[in-house]
Design a protein around this ligand. Sequence first.
Ligand code: ADP
Ligand code: MG
Length: 588
Amino acid sequence: MKNLWRTIQFIPEYRGRVVGVIIVGTVLGFIGTATPFLYKGIVDAIARMLSGTITHEQATWTVTVLLITFFALRIGVVVFGALQNKQADDLWLHTVSTFRQRVFENMTQKSIDYFEKTRVGEIMDRFGTITTITMWLSSLTDGTLASIIQMLFIITVLLIKAPVIGVIMLAVLALNFFISYRTVGLTKPFRRGWQTLAGRMTGLLAEMVGNIATVRSFGGEPAVKQRYDDTQAEWLIQRGNLHKTEWRSEQALNIVNTVGVFAAVSLTAHGALQGRFTTGDILLVLTLTQNLINTISPIARQINQASDIESTAERLVELLDVEGEHADKANAIPLTQFETITFDNVSFRYPNKDEFALRNISFHLEVGKTLALVGTSGSGKTTVVKLLMRFYDVTEGRILINGIDLRDYQQRSVRALMGVVLQDVALFNDSIGENIAFARPSASTEEVRAAAKAAHADEFIQRLDDQYNTMVGERGIKLSGGEKQRVAIARAILKDPQLIILDEATSALDSESEHLVQQGLEKLVTGRSSVIIAHRLSTVMNADLILVLRHGVILERGRHADLAVQANGLYAKLFTLQTQGRVLDLAV
Ligand code: ADP
Ligand code: MG
């Protein structure tokens, strides 16, 4: 139960509310146990009247008092039952919403590494477990706790009133819990199995949907369907095994309970025949044992589910336990102004890899200057930028901002000064205006529009049906590559950052839209520090420092004028090719 417990600790409010639930449960449990005594009283009064022990008036009087009490208790059941329902509803609503908010927030803090290697669907599936867990917690309060309390009451009464029957029922209870507990153990592997598989199936669905264009174009439908079918088949086996084991345990419970009730009633009848019990006692024991059995089944089921919930909670805890972003140091300082950026002998290895992605990278960039990173695909250009944004910490060496280690700054303050335009632009399924304003939600409509104008995005936005209110599809599929790129640039312009990072911002574009995007980019970069990764040399020619990377090391460094004339240099070779009019694609 340790995962469930950890989960509950995520919502401490739950524990506070449980106290109220226990109070209501106790009252209901008490009423449940007291009612059979009234039945007994009524039956005994009538029996004694019939046998002539008491008069008709006396019997009428007793029965009337008992009936009034009975009525009062029923009213109590209605009132407290309603209260219990409400508690359970409120509790669920409250816990599920706080819980989701906390997990969502927790997710925003996860390290980039996690998102780079985890299927979206898998995350969704784990997030979805919150509903299941809180539903179960709420069902605990809606009846189960009251049942447990009632069970304790009844057992106590039986042990006092009829010790032999009490002991028998105690044995029945023990057997019930033993069987449930064993079932839990037996079914545990199946549970974990089917849940993991269910997560994988959601993951496969999400992946297929996300890559539908690729799937279609390669005619990959049968392949992805096959993968899904295989997983589904495994799921069916695990689920089937689970149900079989549960079914057997259910039947065993039924037999134990039937025998238990039968034994209890026989013993009472036997006692009554010998004159040790009254007629009312038979009714009392019968009702109490029946009530007891009725309360056991839901509790046993709850125990069964508890193990389901426990493995569900384990999936959620795994999600919560994923390492978050490197926390800021306790005495981290805010960055307000970029002056210099220095890479001091930086080497870096991705967490899950043995090879270094970067080795001994050193450079120094002054404010207002432009650094260009050039190199073949996979040479480590994007990695340099990821380190600068501190998505990862360096493995060796240091990154210094204004001479101070990047790790000594508050990360948000550093990123707040950066504006990033990537090759693959991510847009939210929201209006274009909102997408631009994402950089600065407080921006006015005019400011958004001005930014869009500067980015040459205003032209195409005006032509859309709802202009700035036009919704873009999820991941921006309703816009062309060049349009998305211009929205991203507008976003960066609106942010008005001190440092611009462009990672192959124009590589996916045709020459027409590249021209427009280029104009936007020039506006963006002018007067700011920038780090530019470009696959076309024309963008790079004016950079103050060019680094040519290969396999994670700096092969050449300098300005265009120097590098272009270096004999046998990689840059010079590429530049010659370009001036000869060949289509040049450094990134390939
Ligand atoms: P570039 O941007 O120059 O094309 P990258 O910086 O993206 O190259 O990648 C450099 C190297 O690091 C490549 O070998 C790539 O496979 C590896 N790499 C990139 N991202 C990751 C990651 N998240 N996990 C592991 N390796 C990665
Ligand atoms: Mg890259």
